[in-house]
Design a protein around this ligand. Structure first.
Ligand SMILES: Cc1cc2nc3c(=O)[nH]c(=O)nc-3n(C[C@H](O)[C@H](O)[C@H](O)COP(=O)(O)O)c2cc1C
Length: 294
């Protein structure tokens, strides 16, 4: 990262003594040391209101909630707290989102940040010059990159490709694909800190370094190769064409690289390590010391 870069870091954790908080403090100072502009939205500290309601839209009109939301977004009538977050996002080239994994997902306060900030007319529901809705690989947030930093109680193997919890990129599919990719962002592999409750002072420096290295490389890192809606792989009903991964289904078929790197978790079980040779040659997905170290 350089001094020309700008980051909005959205963090959701109620406990300032948590590992998650410590990693955010460390990551933010690393970015600032590099001269990167960083805005932090610490949702608990801000007492963020996570509940989307018509109160968000002021005097905007429209038959459906999405229409009122879009009208409000495009006429400057959104609630002030939402406008502030949207301005921060407009000014940012990268979005970092950090949270503890709670019941296979993000804390409700963070879900409510996406619900309220990623509005129609801003993040989604925007049209291209031909009048087509821009989505899945294009959208209101095109040009930005998102990195998810997630701590989890589970061990890395359980959140790996054949682990009982499901691979972390599947667990986070609604956020990675349904939210970030849908709105046009480049999506980096999630940065998973597994067995987070067991980490102690002795291992913290390793985790700190692992995150700092990741942040340093946000510009150059290859994004998950999700297939764009208009890249020629889908039909008019948004279904993969018959010849694309025939007979298969599930999140992986929507990425070009089979078994694309799932995560940068600690522990040995990353898909990248296992099939590194093949992937590196075919897709350039697994190059870099970080991948090999996991
Ligand atoms: C309400 C709640 C739900 C949780 N659900 C999960 C879960 O689905 N998967 C998991 O691996 N860990 C789960 N955990 C464990 C947390 O992810 C873990 O304690 C946390 O990431 C540790 O990091 P921290 O010190 O930053 O909080 C849950 C914890 C809580 C409090």
């Amino acid at each position: 990262m350089t001094e020309r870069d700008s980051v909005l870091w959205v963090h959701a954790h109620p406990d300032e003594t948590s590992l998650g908080h410590a990693l955010v403090r460390s990551g933010v100072s690393r970015l600032r040391e590099a001269g990167t502009r960083v805005a932090v939205s610490d949702l608990y500290a801000m007492n963020w209101n996570p509940v989307l309601s018509d109160a968000d839209f002021g005097t905007a009109t429209g038959g459906t909630l999405s229409e009122r939301q879009k009208h409000a977004a495009t006429t400057g009538r959104l609630a002030e707290d939402i406008r502030r977050e949207q301005d921060a996002l407009r000014a940012a080239r990268h979005l970092v989102v950090s949270f503890p994994l709670w019941w296979y997902g993000m804390p409700a306060i963070l879900k409510g940040w996406f619900d309220r900030v990623f509005t129609a007319g801003f993040a989604f529901g925007v049209r291209d010059e031909q009048g087509r809705v821009r989505r899945y690989g294009d959208g209101g947030l095109a040009g930005r990159t998102m990195l998810v930093v997630v701590t989890a109680g589970d061990r890395a193997t359980a959140l790996g490709p054949r682990g009982i919890s499901g691979a972390i990129d599947h667990v986070l599919w609604p956020l990675l694909h349904g939210t970030a990719f849908y709105t046009g962002m480049r999506v980096l592999r999630p940065h998973l800190v597994a067995s987070a409750d067991l980490l102690d002072r002795a291992t913290f420096p390793d985790e700190e370094k692992r995150l700092r290295d990741r942040l340093d490389r946000m510009n150059s890192e290859t994004a998950i190769a999700y297939r764009p809606l208009r890249g020629g792989d889908y039909d008019g009903e948004h279904v993969l064409l018959d010849h694309v991964r025939p007979g298969e289904y599930g999140p992986d078929v929507h990425a070009v690289a089979q078994g694309a790197i799932r995560t940068t978790a600690t522990g040995p079980a990353s898909a990248c390590v296992r099939s590194r040779g093949v992937q590196r040659q075919q897709h350039g997905q697994c190059s870099g010391a970080q991948d090999q170290a996991q």
